[in-house]
Each structure stands twice: as structure tokens, then as C-alpha cells.
Design a protein around this ligand. Structure first.
Ligand SMILES: *Cc1c(COP(=O)(O)O)cnc(C)c1O
Length: 451
């Protein structure tokens, strides 16, 4: 067998983040105030985010230097390995060359610390004492808890109630790093209390938890809010992933024909894809970029590209993005993560322009792919990147039919060692495939604000 793993050196950790806003085919539509319907400015965001991050959110600079303090923390696990999936290729009997970038080696077990560390650093630098956030599956809360600890910040996490109940050890992990964690909807905020009054058994949703974390941060001088996906600066911080892939492929003398990633809010996919999108926009490559989402929360493939709130209650500004409507609540049966109603505006624009393609997949085939991957490559993938594995396998099987030896790269953006309940449901035949019904999508979209 040829090399299995491409290991980079510490000096290969990128020194700058890539800001794709400098290279977009057209500018991002402005973020709009829900009351005035006018574009928002830095002052509107200042209660929630430090100025450095607000600046990055709208920056048109192509490269933004990574502060040395952030690179120092990255060194705990970066550069991450790029693996050649020889054993999976053999099992599929495909001529395709399959590679995966493994972000599960971070302390929190996913790509999320790439931005969490940066966000904690800039908040600390501005004198902020405490950060609030929401978490769904628990990966983002873990990443922020770890990062706050690195820079001596307090951390309060609103965890979607159904995950709080299903994944108690994610909560223990956050608490181990010193964060305080509460099930959302909670009694700690007005938003939470009003939802509980109407729906005492609400399983919670990411949108509700965002509302709670935003309200908490807006009410306290010493506190700001932190978001783990969707926003431009978050995707930019994640571009260390794709940049390291490009360095590794240069050493190999190869270049991918396809880059595949799962999308919830779009940060892991943006992170691996954008450095390759740059080559494509410059006409240097024809790489296919595929964003994979669940049939149970199909924002790009079945939502609409329009202005909507980022949260459920309607506290955030309006963002133009692919959305299922901000009142969307994914079905409880859905075990695969990626539950957000919207999508990163950057990914949305690139999909709308036809530069990125989106596909939706059902959860049983996703877990089937995950199990095949675990049985060949060894790593138990998180259910989210298993969506990317499913499409990578589909594409490798197409290569088998056509005899083409394509180079396929996917983002294994986290491990699944806290997701064994979902595996258990799959292995015991308790998972149902669920496509979000068109009527529900249409009903939720009627609630989207008009500009
Ligand atoms: C959070 C998370 C996702 C979904 O969020 P994106 O912003 O779309 O990346 C996917 N995979 C893993 C492992 C995650 O932790």
C-alpha cells in the first residue's frame, strides 16, 4: 500500500485566514435591520461581538493574519492529518483515489475549535469577561468551553434540550472545561420562559437556543455572544482546513477533482472548500464542490434564497440565505445533526451562482456509509460528516462504473465518539428516513419576513 497519511509540520499551519469576500463573483447582500429594513452597521453588532470580529465579518481583505496567540493554541492539534482511504477504496473496488482531512484530532473532537479559539482570543483582547452561546449536538459548546478556558473567559452554554438529554457526556465535557450549561428553552431568559409557557415540552431547537444566548449577552455589559457557524468570520477562520489540504496535495503532486463536505450552517464545508473555490474562480481548476445536507433539514435543496432571521424568536438581523423558515423545527427522529433552518450567506451565494452544488441524503444510507467507513478506515465518524462520506462513496462507485480514477477529497470534520446513541438507533433498526414534508416547508416559509 502507498502512503496512508500525509503529515505536515508545525510550520505548515497557515499564517493567514483566507477571506473569500475579496474574490466573490458579486458582493454579499447587506445584512438588514428587521425594524428599519436598512443595512445594519458595526454599532448594531457591538453589543454582541468584539470590534475585531465585526471588522472581519465585513472585511474585503483577501488574507487576514492569524494572531500568534491563536496559532500557538492551534499547535495543540494542527496541522491535522490528510489520510488516503486505501481500505475504503479497496472495499468499494473503485479506481477513485479517496482522501479525507481529519479534524477530529482537536481537543473537542471537531473542526469547531479553529474558530472558537480565534473568537475567544479577540473577545479577551477587548476586555470581555464572559461569552454565551448555543449548542445543538454539543460540539460547538465543547469547542467554546475549551477555548474560553485557554484565554481565561467564563462560558455559558444554552444546549438544545433534546441533545442535553440524549448526550449527557457532552455536557460533562463542557463542565470539565469549566463552562456552565443549561437545557434550552430555559428559565434563565425571557425568550426561554415565554416558549416554555406555551410549549412546556418543547424539545428545543438551535434557533431557540440562539435567541436565549443572544438575549443573555445583550443584557450584560461584561458578556458577548459567540456563534459557531454561518457568519462570514467563522467560515474564514475555518479556511485553515482547506489551506492545509492544498499544501498536502502540493507535496503529493496531486489535486482533487471533487471536494465534498456536510453542511449545517456551512462552516466546515466553507473551511475545506473556499481555498479551492479561489482556484476555481481564478480559472485555475475545475474542481467540483459538493455540499451535503440531510433530507430532514434540506435548506439549500428545498428552501428558498431569501432574507430571514438567524434565530427562531426574531432577535437577529435579517440575512439573505437559503432558509426553511426561522420557525423550522427538525423532526425528533432525525439523528444526524445538521439541524439549522438557514445556511451561511457565503455558501448560499456560491450555490445560487452555481459554483457550489448541493445534495440531500437520507439518514439510513448515511449511517450505512458511516459504518462501512468505520469498518474499513477505523475512525467512527460523527453523523454529520457521514453525510459527506455517503456522497464520496456514491461518487467513488460512479468512478467504478465509468472507469475514471478521480481524486475525491472529503472533510471528516469530527469523530462520533459522543454519538453512539445515534449509532445504536441505526444498528438496532430504529432509524426512520424522513424527508421534511413540502407542506411543512411551505408553511414555515410563509412566516419569512417581507422586505
Ligand atoms: C457543528 C458541526 C457540523 C455542522 O456545522 P457546519 O458549520 O456546517 O460545519 C458538522 N460536523 C461537525 C463534526 C460539527 O461539529
Amino acid at each position: 500500500m502507498a502512503d496512508t497519511k500525509v503529515l505536515l509540520e508545525e510550520q505548515d499551519i497557515p499564517r493567514a485566514w483566507y477571506n473569500i469576500q475579496a474574490d466573490l463573483p458579486k458582493p454579499l447582500p447587506p445584512v438588514v435591520h428587521p425594524g428599519t429594513k436598512k443595512p445594519i452597521g458595526p454599532d448594531d453588532l457591538a453589543p454582541l461581538f468584539p470590534m475585531a470580529l465585526i471588522g472581519q465579518e465585513v472585511s474585503q481583505e483577501r488574507w487576514i493574519e492569524i494572531p500568534e496567540e491563536v496559532r500557538e493554541v492551534y499547535k495543540l492539534w494542527r496541522p491535522t492529518p490528510l489520510f488516503r482511504a486505501h481500505r475504503l477504496e479497496k472495499a468499494l473496488d473503485t479506481p477513485a483515489r479517496i482522501y479525507y482531512k481529519y479534524e477530529g484530532v482537536s481537543p473537542a473532537g471537531s473542526h469547531k475549535p479553529n474558530t472558537a479559539v480565534a473568537q475567544a482570543f479577540y473577545n479577551k483582547a477587548q476586555g470581555v469577561k464572559r461569552l454565551t452561546t448555543e449548542t445543538g449536538a454539543g460540539q460547538w459548546g465543547s469547542a467554546l468551553a475549551f477555548s474560553c478556558r485557554q484565554f481565561g473567559l467564563e462560558c455559558k452554554v444554552y444546549m438544545v434540550k433534546v441533545s442535553y438529554q440524549q448526550k449527557p457526556y457532552r455536557r460533562s465535557m463542557m463542565e470539565t472545561w469549566g463552562a456552565s450549561v443549561v437545557a434550552s428553552p430555559s428559565q434563565d431568559t425571557e425568550g426561554g420562559r415565554s416558549i416554555l409557557a406555551e410549549h412546556p415540552n418543547s424539545p428545543g431547537s438551535l434557533g431557540i437556543a440562539i435567541s436565549e444566548a443572544v438575549e443573555d449577552a445583550a443584557k450584560r455589559e461584561d458578556t458577548k455572544y459567540s456563534l459557531g457557524s454561518v457568519l462570514n468570520h467563522v467560515l474564514m477562520h475555518q479556511t485553515v482546513i482547506g489551506q492545509e489540504c492544498k499544501t498536502a496535495f502540493e507535496r503529493l503532486g496531486e489535486y482533487p477533482d471533487m471536494v465534498i463536505g456536510c453542511v449545517g450552517g456551512g462552516s466546515s464545508f466553507g473551511g475545506i472548500a473556499f481555498p479551492f473555490v479561489k482556484d476555481k474562480l481564478e480559472g485555475k481548476s475545475k474542481v467540483e464542490l459538493i455540499a451535503v445536507e440531510p433530507e430532514a433539514a434540506p435548506s439549500i435543496t428545498r428552501g428558498v434564497y431569501t432574507y430571514d432571521f438567524g434565530d427562531t424568536v426574531g432577535l437577529t438581523p435579517l440575512i439573505k440565505m437559503f432558509t426553511l423558515g426561522h420557525t423550522f423545527v427538525p423532526p425528533a427522529i432525525h439523528a444526524g445533526g445538521l439541524r439549522y433552518h438557514g445556511m451561511s450567506p457565503l455558501i448560499s451565494l456560491l450555490c445560487d451562482e452555481g459554483i457550489i452544488e448541493a445534495r440531500a441524503v437520507h439518514q439510513n444510507p448515511v449511517f450505512e456509509a458511516a459504518v462501512l467507513f468505520a469498518r474499513t478506515e477505523g475512525i467512527v465518524p460523527a453523523p454529520e460528516p457521514a453525510h459527506a462520506i455517503k456522497v464520496a462513496i456514491d461518487e467513488a462507485l460512479k468512478c467504478k462504473e465509468s472507469g475514471q480514477a478521480k481524486t475525491i477529497l472529503f472533510n471528516l470534520c469530527g469523530h462520533g465518539y459522543f454519538d453512539m446513541a445515534a449509532y445504536d438507533a441505526y444498528l438496532s433498526g430504529r432509524l426512520e428516513d424522513y424527508a421534511y414534508p413540502r407542506a411543512e416547508v411551505e408553511a414555515a416559509l410563509r412566516g419569512v419576513p417581507r422586505l
